[in-house]
Design a protein around this ligand. Structure first.
Ligand code: ATP
Length: 437
């Protein structure tokens, strides 16, 4: 039975006026060409939970690509069709993104001599979704604006905080849904329903993962790495026996493998610290977490993982190179050294390299060194500039950067602090008389 109710009040309590206007306008555009239009999936789930969700997925009963084009024209946005899937993405001038999909009408042979049954296409679309909580639609056409469509008892699952698949073959159809189930469970503090849990057990026992080279596993795993706390879902993956497919050389029992959990916590803390220092840092979190997980693995294991899940060549190379570079550097960093030397070792490393070092280093002074490098050393510049050197009579040339670098190193090591100190050092180490002859 369909449960329909109007969510107008909730919409006005929860959504911003801009989003409401957007939904109304999109609905009216659908009216103009006689399509039914719905917001679907996570947007509706999060509306009912009164949490903001800025990913708007629209499904229309009609040609989604033609409709997306109309929406893009109306809002003067950009339009990116994906012909093969009859979907399109529209990006509005303010960068807001709307994904538009087509719900196709399908006809079913009914038993015996009964006529063909036409299944409402939105129902069919919703029935193909992963979990009941993600399988609701909110109609946005003007007359029906705000009508919630719930064919699968989704509202009750949402109330009871249950993750439930819509049919028994759901994980056989798409095993990556197991990652999704775990992600939603941990993120929303829900629980995977007992029947669904049993189906996950069956899917794992059927070795659906062992056989597959599906890149969807990796993309779902990467979404887990982007969650606020990836350790919860990772531990759950271990509980369901999935580590043996992901990282066969680890096979950690999550209860005893403190090192695994410690590494993940360290990476999370290091990422947090890095964002505090550099709020706009571009960090590939999955590379950072994968490197920590692979800390005790060899290059063959990393390569095998990348092959199994069709990881991009470029990322695979990055994983291998970072690990090799940083594993070689770690023992050097354990020994005491001058700050200028530390700077020299770290200056060519990228953020993922530094995160890896912090995550796996066993001595806390290495964390301090990396912090010192990020907060201070890499910003240190001598007071004297190239033009000062010229004014002092130094001839322009390759020697210039050597001189400036030596001043920089001296400043890092606290050997100079004022302009006079720098001039004195220059006269001592690079006397003009020597340079001219
Ligand atoms: P999030 O808040 O993480 O973005 P979401 O529910 O919006 O959650 P998406 O991955 O953006 O998740 O997917 C959008 C919708 O598409 C889901 O709500 C779900 O209905 C459907 N969906 C996504 N992946 C699958 C899948 N593997 N199988 C079936 N339906 C899926």
């Amino acid at each position: 039975p369909t449960k329909r109710k109007n969510l107008n009040n909730l919409i006005h309590e929860t959504l911003s006026p801009e989003i409401i206007t957007l939904l109304q306008e999109v609905g009216e555009l659908a009216d103009e060409i006689g399509f039914k239009a719905f917001a679907v999936g996570g947007f509706v789930r999060d509306l009912l939970l009164k949490t903001a969700n800025l990913d708007l997925d629209i499904v229309v009963e009609g040609n989604g690509i033609a409709f997306a084009k109309k929406v893009a024209e109306h809002f003067k946005g950009k339009f990116f069709p994906h012909e093969k899937f009859l979907t399109a993405t529209v990006t509005l001038p303010n960068d807001f993104k709307i994904d538009i999909a087509t719900a196709r009408l399908e006809y079913y042979e009914s038993p015996a001599a009964m006529p063909m049954i036409q299944l409402s296409s939105i129902k069919l679309d919703l029935s193909r979704r992963d979990f009941s909580i993600n399988a609701m639609a909110l109609q946005i056409n003007r007359e029906q604006f705000g009508t919630l469509i719930d064919y699968f008892n989704s509202q009750s699952d949402l109330r009871n905080q249950v993750i439930r698949v819509l049919h028994n073959l759901s994980f056989v159809e798409d095993p990556s849904r197991i990652f999704r189930a775990i992600r939603f469970e941990k993120r929303m503090n829900f629980h995977i329903g007992p029947h669904t849990k049993g189906l996950i057990g069956n899917a794992v026992a059927m070795n659906l993962f062992g056989k597959s080279r599906d890149s969807r596993f990796l993309s779902e795993l990467k979404i887990i790495f982007k969650e606020k706390d990836p350790l919860g879902p990772l531990v759950r993956l271990a509980e369901f026996g999935l580590f043996q497919y992901l990282w066969p050389d680890l096979r950690p029992n999550y209860r005893t493998d403190r090192r695994f959990c410690h590494g993940i916590r360290q990476t999370k803390a290091a990422i947090k610290k890095l964002y505090e220092i550099e709020p706009k840092a571009k960090i590939d979190k999955s590379v950072a977490f994968l490197l920590t997980i692979f800390h005790r693995s060899g290059p063959e294991e990393i390569q095998a993982f990348c092959n199994r899940f069709n990881e991009e060549e470029k990322i695979c190379k990055k994983l291998l190179q970072t690990k090799q570079r940083c594993d070689a550097l770690l023992p050097i960093l354990y020994t005491p050294m001058a700050k200028s030397e530390l700077h020299q070792h770290l200056q060519d490393l990228n953020y993922e390299d530094l995160l890896y070092i912090c995550s796996v280093a066993k001595k806390s002074h290495i964390h301090k060194s990396v912090l010192d490098y990020l907060c201070q050393l890499r910003h240190i510049k001598p007071l004297l500039k190239g033009k000062d050197l010229m004014e002092m009579g130094y001839p322009r040339g390759p020697k210039f950067s050597e001189i400036l670098n030596s001043l920089k190193r001296a400043k890092m090591d606290g050997l100079v602090s004022s302009r006079a100190d720098e001039e004195e050092l220059l006269q001592k180490n690079f006397p003009l008389s020597n340079l001219h002859c």
